[in-house]
Design a protein. Structure first.
Length: 199
């Protein structure tokens, strides 16, 4: 079974999230640089909000969600190689650190929902990436062992989640960054169609 991260893996949305978070933080009187914000992307949204706003995390998260849906979602585009998903065996799940409402809106807007059988948002599990819990939720839903999962993501958080659950981590490098512990590195989702890629 294939498990995909969303932001930076299937869709080019990182900058949209970064700028929505930064605007929300500015409005809270807690400005954050683009570099600092980019370093937090990949963590669950509640954790990011807690780091920025402390006890007002839930308020910040709601503001960021509204700003993203109103002003930034139009910037999100699917990567060209997502068509590769059509050639993969179903079911396919998306496990994201993003808020589930935002993630579902992104899947619908980009047309990717036709490839995805299940989505788990970062706010739908008590412990998100890099903890293995999201994969256990997917395993339970589909009756699949994590050891039979191929987890494709673009950050170290995705790799750590996969390794913790006993799944196969695949790191996709779109901007030259390499996940340090990724067992398999790819540059395009089309490489997933190469059956020799996996042991």
């Amino acid at each position: 079974m294939y498990i995909f991260d969303l932001d930076g893996t299937l869709v080019d949305s990182v900058e949209a999230h970064v700028e929505a978070w930064r605007e929300a933080a500015r409005r809270f009187g807690r400005p954050i640089s683009r570099e600092e914000m980019r370093a937090l992307i990949g963590l669950p949204a509640p954790k990011i909000a807690e780091i920025i706003a402390g006890p007002r995390a839930s308020e910040l998260m709601e503001l960021k969600k509204r700003l993203f849906l109103e002003d930034y979602i139009s910037l999100v585009k699917p990567f060209e190689d997502v068509e590769a998903l059509a050639g993969l065996r179903r079911p396919i799940a998306v496990v994201t650190s993003s808020n589930a409402v935002l993630a579902r809106a992104v899947l619908e807007r980009t047309g990717l929902s036709r490839y995805v059988d299940f989505l788990l948002g970062g706010d739908e599990v008590p412990r998100g990436k890099p903890n293995p819990d999201p994969l256990y939720v997917v395993a339970s839903r589909f009756g699949v062992s994590p050891r039979d999962m191929i987890v494709v993501g673009d950050t170290q958080y995705d790799v750590e989640m996969a390794l913790s659950a006993g799944a196969v981590p695949v790191c996709i490098s779109r901007d030259g960054r390499i996940c340090k512990d990724g067992i398999i590195h790819i540059k395009s989702l089309y490489e997933l169609l190469n059956k020799k890629l996996f042991p």
